[in-house]
Design a protein around this ligand. Structure first.
Ligand code: CAA
Ligand code: NAD
Length: 297
């Protein structure tokens, strides 16, 4: 099963990174967004990231400036942006990375099922929802997988490849090979809530927020404790800002609704309050911390 052309839907925090690593690996990429402003923002992020990588290569003496600029332009040249779903019709693989809302995702997969060629592989980057439900919505459950990349996609080395009971073995193998081609380490997962990483990570983040809520420690001390006590690259509150408070809330709300008896799935009130106040983390400039672009202010 040969993958050459890849459609990425949603060019936000995750989608822009997936588009970039796919293009870096030689795939032809079509990035779809809902409106021109969001598309320009996503493509702008890719431009800045490629420029960063290129200048690092020059600094390290690995490439000349001319070679680095050439690499960057060639990679960017493989990515086109669109607002039209029809432009994804001939993609061999479509990776969805839109808002964490199952109804919206199902609606999108239903449309994709009518627009894309018969052998297109469908993948979702969802953090928490059942892949099988999206496969059912698409009308092609055997061609549906989860391809769960990690944030920031350019730097994190893992991709979880999720198979449902109905995923065709060849489709699963092709999706896994795509992850490897993007220079990620793939792990195979069943279609369970949060797969491997988020089943462990999101309850941990939720516990940290509840700790802050109770006043057990300051946010700085909770973060420092996990950084210096456990060697995590960032503490749980910084990480929640990094992931997006809206996305974290959507994950937990979905789980609490589906699995009300699972004690590990709890929604901290502070998370609801921050999201209601529009404090979504790094992407909105403030969450638990204030952000200046990609760095903490
Ligand atoms: N594009 C290009 N280059 C980038 C970049 C980007 N987007 N972001 C950073 N870089 C470069 C930097 O310029 C820097 O280069 P040099 O080392 O050559 O100077 C290098 O990459 C490292 O960047 P930072 O200095 O910002 O790096 P750091 O050491 O502070 O590490 C980090 C940043 C990799 C994000 C690290 O803090 C980390 O691993 N954090 C944890 C992230 C994590 O847990 N992610 C998972 C979230 S959960 C999830 O994704 C699943 C879900 O469904 C919610
Ligand atoms: P985001 O809010 O940064 O980006 C979502 C993008 O999708 C936005 O740019 C929005 O304009 C676009 N969009 C929404 N509906 C659309 C539609 N119908 N058609 C086209 N574009 C549409 O969100 P994100 O953090 O990139 O998350 C995207 C997905 O990836 C979610 O399912 C999330 O759970 C998952 N995920 C997130 C992270 C993370 O750390 N943020 C990590 C792994 C997986």
């Amino acid at each position: 099963m040969n993958i050459e052309k890849v459609g990425i839907i949603g060019c936000g925090l995750m989608g822009h990174g997936i588009a970039q690593v796919a293009a870096q690996s030689g795939f032809t990429v079509v990035a779809l967004e809902g409106d021109q402003g969001a598309l320009d923002a996503g493509l702008g992020r890719i431009d800045r990231s490629l420029a960063k990588f290129a200048s690092k290569q020059v600094e390290k003496g690995k490439l000349t400036e001319e070679e680095a600029n050439g690499w960057s332009a060639q990679t960017r040249g493989r990515i086109s942006g669109t607002l039209e779903l029809a432009d994804l019709a001939d993609c061999d693989l479509v990776v969805e990375a839109i808002v964490e809302n199952l109804e919206v995702k199902n609606e999108l997969f239903k449309e994709l099922g009518t627009v894309c060629k018969g052998d297109t592989i469908f993948a979702s980057n969802t953090s928490s929802f059942p892949i099988a439900e999206m496969g059912k919505a698409s009308g092609r459950p055997e061609r549906m997988v989860g391809l769960h990349f990690f944030n920031p996609v350019q730097l994190m080395r893992l991709v979880e490849v999720v198979r449902t009971d109905e995923t065709d073995e060849e489709v699963f193998a092709a999706a896994r090979a795509f992850g490897e081609a993007c220079k990620k380490t793939p792990v195979s997962c069943k279609d369970t809530p949060g797969f491997v990483v988020n089943r462990l990570l999101v309850p941990y983040m939720s516990q940290a927020l509840q700790m802050l809520e109770r006043g057990d420690a300051t946010k700085e001390d909770i973060d420092a404790a996990m950084q210096f006590g456990c060697g995590h690259p960032m503490g749980p509150l910084t990480l929640t800002d990094y992931v997006g408070l809206d996305t974290t809330l959507s994950i937990l709300e979905g789980w609490v609704e589906r699995y009300p008896d699972e004690a590990a799935f709890q929604i901290p009130q502070i998370l609801r309050e921050k999201v209601a106040a529009g404090k979504l983390g790094r992407k909105s400039g403030e969450g638990f911390y204030v952000w200046d672009g990609d760095k903490k202010a």
